[in-house]
Ligand binder design. Structure first.
Ligand SMILES: C[S@@+](CC[C@H](N)C(=O)[O-])C[C@H]1O[C@@H](n2cnc3c(N)ncnc32)[C@H](O)[C@@H]1O
Length: 206
């Protein structure tokens, strides 16, 4: 019962705060400003990306967790963009094959339970020549930190709604038949070392 209270009433507010860390906001700006047209954002969270969609007209905001989406509603109302909330999981996208120009994922792939299934779905709905834009925290390149990430992931999953500290997202995307048009790694300031390494990338269907 205490855990349920934490998940419903405390975690969404913690998430909303942490996801506004200034170095993460800088990454959002760089990732999202170039995007124009129609976008599917998976794991929309509390809507922190909205101000950075400067040339987007329609946004499908896919967010399965109603308690988290609740904190996005004010931002959605204040936005000039047409935002359509889609209450579904990335593992089963309610979109047609080859129908989406741009898909955005910011710190969402860490939390999806069946990641291979979700990446297959992203691959299915993305248009040929369309782009998946992402920034995600990933497995460290330092063995000592990797060990710690593996050790702490079960705890992190309980505390942070399914978040894995130890995913090799680059490899997962290659395995799902994406190829990169842009890719670099960075250590984000103001984030604990255990989740500091970020993959910033744009990818297309192979
Ligand atoms: C760490 S939060 C990031 C939120 C937001 N993308 C941001 O940048 O602030 C992870 C988000 O992924 C969502 N999520 C978890 N499992 C998911 C799934 N299977 N499909 C889609 N979204 C999922 C969570 O509800 C949460 O909103």
């Amino acid at each position: 019962m205490i855990y349920k209270f934490y998940q419903q009433h405390i975690f969404p507010h913690l998430l909303n705060q942490v996801m506004q860390t200034p170095s993460l906001m800088d990454q959002r700006r760089e990732l999202l400003l170039p995007i124009a047209g129609e976008v599917l954002e998976i794991g929309f969270g509390t809507g922190v990306n909205l101000p950075f969609y400067q040339n987007v007209d329609t946004l499908y905001a896919l967010e399965p967790n109603a308690d988290i989406y609740q904190l996005a509603i004010k931002r959605v109302h204040e936005s000039a963009i047409h935002v359509q909330h889609v209450q579904a999981s990335a593992e089963k996208l309610p979109f047609a094959d080859n129908s989406i120009d741009h898909i955005v994922s910011t710190w969402t792939l860490c939390s999806i339970e069946h990641l291979d299934q979700a990446l297959a779905e992203l691959h299915r709905v993305l248009k040929p020549g369309g782009t998946l834009h992402l920034v995600e925290h990933v497995l460290s390149d330092r063995p000592a930190l990797q060990h710690l990430q593996n050790l702490l992931t079960p705890v992190q999953k309980r505390l942070a709604d399914g978040c894995h500290l130890n995913r090799n997202i680059e490899q997962d995307l290659l395995d799902a038949h994406f190829s990169f048009t842009e890719k670099h790694y960075l250590d984000a300031a103001g984030i604990p070392k255990i989740a500091q390494r970020m993959l910033f990338a744009r990818a297309q269907k192979q």
